[in-house]
Write a protein that binds this ligand. Structure first.
Ligand code: SF4
Ligand code: SF4
Length: 451
């Protein structure tokens, strides 16, 4: 097989055998859903409903101002019983619209099929994607319509659908590719039309031969779309590495995929787009892998957005014993959360539960200068240097050493024999730099305003 990859990175155990053969099953629909008003990159939405309102499935219940936003829709029909703060998978507390499910599954009048989807213009397709609240389902949750909007002086000529799924335990995209190959390709064709792009690539790691074979078959007669098999390496799914592996184009430091003519989307996003463009269905459900050695019955669930992690955990028979961690997202780039009382959001690809005995001990030792973190870093950074600077609060110096380029992939932490939580220090440095930048911008704005 002709496979590609990138320089650097690490080889991880996949731990996918628990779920990769399990078909996607619909999770039971809970009595209440909790829909955070912040589920995308950009300013949070504002509620369009009040406590006591009756809502229907697919009804728009929150929307934002500006361009970088994505509306939120009711994932069940019922009554709004609260708008209250609840812990978000990202770690902070966010206002959630709480809907008590009436079990009627009544669709909103706005949800209706587009009878001639093939006749839609690029602009109409982008508008449908915006109205459907579609964001990147790989985890980044960037509003899809923003990626597709024309940008003066820049032109995308290639769409890459990311079916890599290099995070251990997570198999949601793999199952989607095996079970919904046709819908993925349909979605990709709408993205190509919506962006006026000629070339589509579906990128898949070679540890998913069934998905590769099936998608190759589906696109065999389409000269605009090809399937690219990639070597199994972490973090193959990160945008910059994926673009390089598929096209040999290098996104410049601080640049965007569009700078090299590429737009990257997750395969799940393509399915959501096909459903929105053809059936008028907004983003109200997604596939979530629930796995790890701490859960009794791992599964791939089709889940209504706003379902609590605890609901899915109960559906899977509960924990296997005392647990060490609940991770929202993948083992490497996900976030450990302290409760299962957290809702699934648009960007939730997986939940990993680890039991006490098998997770890594947290004790940090002194750096032994082995250089393994430098070898592993796919961005060619020097994590050990960044951490030394961060420990001393030398934020400017960390910036000079490109700390902002770090994608927080965790490869350096994985190989570090001293168990130094390098990413935690790096995150602290990035936050400090971003806060300083925001303060400088605010100061410049207020000084500018006085003149
Ligand atoms: S420094 Fe950042 S990008 Fe490099 S390996 Fe560590 S987490 Fe990944
Ligand atoms: S891998 Fe860990 S111990 Fe080795 S140089 Fe990097 S920080 Fe130091």
């Amino acid at each position: 097989m002709n496979t590609s990859t990138f320089k650097g990175g690490i080889h991880l155990p996949g731990y996918k055998e628990g779920t990769e053969g399990l078909p996607i099953v619909p999770a039971s629909i809970p009595d209440k859903v909790y829909l955070p008003i912040a589920q995308h990159i950009g300013a949070p939405c504002l509620p369009l409903v009040e406590v006591g309102d009756e809502v229907k499935k697919g009804q728009k219940i929150a929307a934002g101002k500006g361009f970088v936003t994505a509306p939120i829709h009711a994932s069940v029909s019922g009554r709004v019983v609260a708008i209250e703060k609840k812990q978000h998978p990202g770690g902070n507390f966010v206002n959630c619209i709480v809907i008590e499910n009436n079990g009627q599954e009544e669709w909103a009048d706005t949800v209706k099929p587009h009878l001639q989807p093939g006749d839609l213009s690029a602009e109409e397709i982008r508008n449908i994607i915006f109205e459907a609240g579609i964001v990147g389902l790989g985890g980044a949750a960037f509003p899809a319509h923003v990626k597709y909007a024309p940008v003066e002086g820049k032109k995308a000529d290639c769409i890459i659908l990311n079916g890599v799924e290099c995070e251990p335990y997570i198999t949601a995209d793999h199952r989607l590719m095996v079970e919904k190959a046709e819908r993925i390709v349909a979605g990709l064709r709408y993205i190509l039309k919506g962006t006026n792009c000629e070339q589509g690539i579906i990128a898949i790691e070679e540890n998913k031969p069934d998905a590769i074979a099936l998608l190759k078959k589906v696109v065999a007669a389409d000269k605009h779309i090809r399937v690219q098999a990639l070597q199994v390496k972490y973090p193959q799914g990160s945008e910059k590495h994926l673009i390089y592996a598929c096209t040999q184009r290098e996104v410049p430091v601080g640049g965007l995929p569009l700078d090299v003519g590429v737009i990257v989307n997750n395969v799940g996003t393509a399915v959501a787009i096909a459903d929105a463009v053809e059936f008028g269905i907004p983003l109200i459900e997604r596939v979530v892998t629930l796995s790890g050695n701490g859960i009794k019955n791992p599964a791939n669930y089709l889940v209504r957005i706003g379902t609590l992690f605890s609901h899915l955990i109960a559906e899977s028979g509960g924990y296997t014993g005392e647990i060490e961690k609940i991770i929202a997202g993948g083992l490497m780039m996900g976030k450990a959360v302290y409760t299962a009382n957290i809702p699934v959001i648009k960007g939730s690809s997986g939940i990993v539960i680890l039991k006490k005995t098998e997770s890594k001990k947290e004790r940090e030792y002194n750096c032994v200068r082995c250089g393994k973190c430098i070898e592993a870093c796919p961005l060619f950074l020097e994590p050990t240097t960044l951490v030394k600077l961060a420990k001393r609060g030398l934020w400017e110096e960390t910036a000079q050493n490109n700390v902002l380029s770090c994608i927080e992939c965790g490869s350096c932490v994985y190989v570090c024999p001293a168990q130094i939580p390098l990413v935690q220090y790096i995150r602290r440095a990035k936050q400090a730099i971003n806060v300083a930048k925001a303060k400088a911008r605010a100061k410049a704005k207020s000084e500018g305003g006085k003149e």
